[in-house]
Design a protein around this ligand. Structure first.
Ligand code: MG
Length: 380
């Protein structure tokens, strides 16, 4: 591991934090961003990630990534990259662990379905939902809703946002209106997410049998690393071959990101997080590695995410989400009591969306059965 350089002047510093929405006494025995990380790990939404789909539905196999193991891989990569660049590791880790909290059950299929259902009610965006969870929905503290995280953590969690929503969000949405950058820690977490999912989706795709090593040989980054591994270990096959290739791919992407980003930082020389916010995006891959990363992404899109067996799952998932949404909106008294009460005080469609978005894959399937399966008349 690259030794810690200490915090660079362009890193997010706790002493210069834009603070929490509700003032709190400083934490004892840990820093502000460590406290944010700890609050995220102890949240209800974080535990639910264990049973939410990344690509494969949670019950399809015990070895596939879930949103929880994905988030841990992102945090691990992001921390290493942050350390090498002299950035704030605690903030980077907090952002990485929280980055997928707002995901619906069934991955992107679930999010698309919920967005369609919510078209007439302000839409549904999973990044915005992640922020809504940490700002409003978590019920943990006596004095405030949500987790009351630092501005920098919230800024990193809100990775994308439509301009219309950004304007409604006030300070936290300002950077989308002003076209500014988030902290370098947020930029690192964002690209660590890409490195993690592109590589683990190759691993899970191979494990599922939906894609093959032979097909992947058409992807330059994979082919290059396979040649290196086969030259060193001509007899190697199966899982060990795949892992030896994948760890080299992950390493190459992470090292390239560190090198290129350090070069950009040296070129633009930001002296503070303010300079970072007002300057160009500094964290990125070299043009060559960026191209390789896009080729890998394209391969996965065409061969894995669009595979007919994945599409069957996603089309079923979309029906489940849309059935649930319509049933609950038509009769909010079908909602569990606490949500029904909320639907009396808030926009009912938003409360239904919050309830559905919070579901794990198996909970959504069970709710659908309770509401729609003929022959299911149990009241529990
Ligand atoms: Mg992610």
């Amino acid at each position: 591991m690259v030794p810690s350089k200490g915090l660079a002047p362009y890193a997010a510093q706790e002493t210069a934090s834009l603070g929490r929405r509700f003032a709190e006494a400083p934490p004892l025995g840990r820093g502000e961003f460590q406290r944010d990380r700890d609050r995220i790990v102890h949240s209800t939404a974080f535990r639910r990630l264990e049973y939410k789909t990344q690509v494969f539905v949670n019950h399809e196999g015990d070895l596939f990534r879930t949103r929880l193991t994905h988030s841990l891989e992102v945090a691990q990569l992001a921390r290493g990259i942050a350390r090498s660049l002299g950035l704030n590791e605690d903030l980077t880790e907090a952002i990485a662990l929280a980055h997928d909290l707002g995901h619906t059950p069934f991955g992107h299929a679930g999010q698309d379905a919920l967005h369609t259902c919510m078209a007439a009610h302000g839409g549904f965006e999973h990044n915005l939902q992640s922020l809504r969870i940490v700002d409003v929905l978590e019920e943990q503290y006596a004095e405030f809703d949500g987790l009351n995280l630092c501005f920098e953590t919230r800024e990193g969690i809100l990775k994308h946002c439509s301009l219309a929503h950004a304007r409604e969000l006030g300070e936290i949405g300002q950077r989308f209106v002003l076209k500014q950058q988030p902290s370098l820690e947020a930029q690192v977490a964002n690209l660590a997410d890409e490195i993690a999912y592109n590589n683990h989706d190759v691993d899970d795709g191979l494990r599922s049998g939906l894609i093959t090593v032979e097909q992947l040989a058409s992807v330059p980054l994979f082919a290059e690393k396979m040649a290196v591994v086969q030259a060193a270990y001509p007899q190697l096959s199966g899982r060990r071959l795949i892992h030896e290739i994948l760890r080299r791919m992950i390493n190459a992407l992470a090292l390239d990101l560190m090198d290129w980003s350090q070069g950009q930082i040296d070129l633009h020389r930001p002296q503070s997080i303010q300079d970072v916010r007002q300057g160009p995006r500094l964290i990125g891959f070299s043009p060559d590695m960026g191209q390789r990363q896009r080729e890998l992404k394209l391969f996965l899109r065409e061969n894995l995410y669009q595979h007919y067996r994945v599409r069957r799952m996603t089309s079923k998932a979309q029906r489940i989400i849309s059935d649930l949404f319509q049933a609950f909106l038509a009769d909010p008294r079908l909602l569990p009591t606490a949500y029904w009460h909320k639907s009396q005080q808030d926009q009912p469609a938003r409360v239904v969306a919050d309830y559905i978005a919070g579901m794990t894959d198996r909970y959504a399937i069970a709710e659908h059965k309770k509401l729609f399966a003929v022959g299911e008349y149990s009241v529990v």
